[in-house]
Design a protein around this ligand. Structure first.
Ligand code: ATP
Ligand code: MG
Length: 633
């Protein structure tokens, strides 16, 4: 824990401090990874509450994952307790609202369920309940699940596009934040193929009849409500006078609309982010909102931070070179605050013969790093000290393995398990969509006669499921159920005996929310799930054309999609503090392939100066560039 000086802003550098000291009006903090954006946000929040007299209840901080929200709340409590020890109880910041967009939307709905024909006990629909509702709306027989699934996907897509088309029709001119004008969108959108308006109406009615809302409605419904009710908008604006949003580059249309309703154009909105880390467009994120912040909030103060406190100089240089061809931030400077590292720890690029070889490389290296004192003894084996350099004191918790697709985790987990390395694997998927979770939750909801702590009930339910032959989903394995119990325990423990909170958190949560930074395990994450995190040692595996950039058979990516893939690489590289390992395999079998196919290294790697890394492995010669290669520098 850091020691606090006399003021809360003393832990910031002069630029960060200047950003935190702008306490009136809109502020945009635009800065690269590791420049202390999140840290500045938390200090600014603490400063406002402890030193500027803003009541904690007037502060609303929005983050993208519940895990980030929990961490922010904890940091705030620590800061305030240390800053005002004499008022430890009074000033813990407990009154501040720190939440995700989903949780915020849910809490607004909870205050006005009657406005949507819901009772106070309404719930968020799980996947089966959504399918039931869409089946009823379309008049499908019960056994047409595949058709219902397809319709549901179309309906969700339609709803998303319809919102954008409406917004586009109003033009991209900046809105004034008044009710009714809050959904201006950005960019060209395709016309939806079919008009599903009636289906959406019937589906919504079917949900309401069951006292349900679906996940996409959690932000959409509050926007609908506020757009029609100026008095309510005014009430919320009085309640939240200071609003903070981290990772602003990833807001989507409805989240943006909600923000415009909650924050007047000259309001105290502090938006923080990095357009080059915008990686969620497949979920509707729209980086355009970040890029036009100064138009939307004309009195905004724009602050740039340029010192990176996270990574060694070579890692930072590699990241800057990797993003350069597609950067969205003109003239950005990103300088290492850490000294003396350029000739020290370097980046390692490993060319593997196969995914299994790549996984073995990860396992050997983890073993050597955590083995600590044995660096010099490694010279006899395939792993030698050049691969690592002395790092000292590395624990499993310091290490992360990042990859583009969840399927890549399999060989890595196998290899690490063989070496006895404990792991925790998390993706950005919705918790309810992970295999086994919905089955356990279903049992839990309908099982009568079990009471008490949710954690114990989850374990009991899982035992019942494992012991039972006829599972609701025949493909569900015992291993899935055990893993699900593990995806669920941290959440269950937090919720005590409160089943409704547990279910609501489950419905809005992502798997990465249950990641435990304190566990003595190696972390395995999708690149999407790694956003905002940092680790002393990072392995970025599968740096191959086809995986990064990701390509689906028969669907060539657009330029925009390719640029986003490059941003994923940028996010991945910049998670590393001290050590970075980039690896790729010469052959890989992907879903749908009969046998392993030759794979080329990611064309994105060509943008990184080869003098920044040591190249080892089976194929140290650069491969011949392919005709379908991307535009490279
Ligand atoms: P990202 O874009 O990846 O979310 P970020 O800009 O939010 O990154 P932070 O996570 O806030 O960056 O900070 C990165 C690291 O640098 C953290 O370990 C943080 O504690 C440290 N750091 C930030 N500012 C300072 C500072 N002024 N002095 C020392 N360390 C700092
Ligand atoms: Mg951050």
């Amino acid at each position: 824990m850091e020691r606090l000086g006399t003021g809360l802003l003393d832990l910031l550098d002069p630029d960060q401090k200047a950003a935190a000291q702008v306490t009136d009006g809109p502020v945009l903090i635009i800065a690269g990874p590791g420049t202390g954006k999140t840290r500045t946000l938390i200090q600014r929040l603490g400063h406002l509450i402890a030193e500027c007299g803003v009541p904690a209840e007037r502060c609303l901080a929005i983050t993208f994952t519940r895990r980030a929200a929990d961490e922010m709340r904890e940091r705030l409590r620590f800061l305030l307790a240390a800053a005002q020890p004499e008022q430890r109880d009074a000033a813990t910041g407990a009154g501040a609202t720190v939440s995700t967009f989903h949780a915020l939307g849910l809490s607004i709905l909870r205050e006005h369920p009657d406005r949507f024909g819901l009772t106070a006990g309404f719930r968020i629909a799980d996947a089966d309940e959504q399918l039931d509702a869409v089946g009823e709306a379309a008049g499908l027989p019960d056994d047409e699940t595949a058709q219902a699934r397809r319709l549901l996907r179309q309906l969700q897509e339609f709803r998303r596009n319809a919102g954008r088309l409406r917004a586009d029709a109003r033009g991209a001119a900046p809105t004034d934040g008044r009710p009714g004008s809050a959904t201006a969108g950005a960019g060209d959108r395709p016309e939806p193929a079919d008009d599903l308006t009636d289906l959406v109406k019937d589906y919504t009615a079917a949900l309401r009849a069951r006292d349900l809302v679906d996940l996409d409605e959690l932000v959409r419904l509050p926007v609908q409500l506020l757009s029609k009710d100026e008095a309510l908008v005014a009430a919320y604006r009085r309640r939240f006078t200071h609003v903070f949003v981290d990772e602003y580059q990833d807001v989507d249309d409805t989240q943006y609309a909600l923000l415009r309703l909650l924050c007047p154009a000259d309001g105290n909105l502090c938006a923080i982010g990095d357009p080059d880390q915008s990686i969620y467009s497949f979920r509707g994120a729209e980086v355009g909102y970040f890029l036009r912040f100064a138009e939307d909030f004309p009195t905004a103060t724009v602050v740039r931070l340029t010192r990176n406190y996270r990574s060694t100089a070579p890692i930072l240089a590699a990241a800057v070179q990797a993003i350069a061809p597609d950067t969205l931030v003109a003239g950005r400077s990103l300088a290492p605050a850490r000294r003396g590292a350029i000739n020290g720890a370097r980046i390692t690029r490993y060319s593997a013969s196969s995914p299994a070889d790549e996984a073995d490389f990860v396992a050997r290296t983890v073993d050597a790093l955590v083995g600590g004192s044995s660096f010099h003894a490694l010279d006899s084996g395939r792993v030698d000290s050049r691969e690592h350099g002395p790092l000292g004191g590395v624990s499993f918790a310091d290490i992360a393995v990042l990859y583009r697709t969840d399927a890549q985790a399999g060989p890595i987990i196998d290899a690490l398990s063989r070496s006895g390395v404990p792991v925790q694997k998390r993706s950005h998927d919705r918790l309810l969509d992970r295999p086994g979770v919905a089955a356990i939750v279903d049992e839990l909801r309908y099982a009568t006669g079990i009471d008490g702590a949710i954690a114990a009930r989850v374990r009991l339910t899982a035992q019942v499921l494992v012991g039972r032959g006829d599972r609701p989903d025949a493909n569900l394995t015992d291993a899935d159920i055990h893993t699900a119990v593990e995806l669920l325990m941290p959440l269950a423990a937090r919720c005590g005996a409160d089943l409704e909170t547990f279910l609501a958190e489950l419905a809005t949560g992502a798997e990465v929310d249950t990641w435990d930074p304190r566990a003595d395990r190696v972390t395995l994450l999708t690149l999407h799930a790694s956003k905002g995190l940092e680790f002393p040692v990072v392995f970025l595996v599968g740096c191959e054309d086809g995986l990064l950039p990701h390509r689906l058979p028969g669907r060539p990516p657009t330029d925009e999609q390719l640029a986003e893939e490059r941003r994923l690489l940028f996010v991945g590289i910049t998670r590393a503090k001290d050590r970075l390992y980039l690896s790729h395999a010469a052959r890989r079998q992907r879903r749908g392939d009969g046998e392993p196919r030759p794979a080329d290294a990611s064309p994105f790697l060509a943008a990184i100066d080869h003098r920044l890394y040591d190249r080892i492995g089976d194929d140290p010669e650069p491969r011949r560039p392919q005709a379908r290669q991307l535009r490279l520098i």
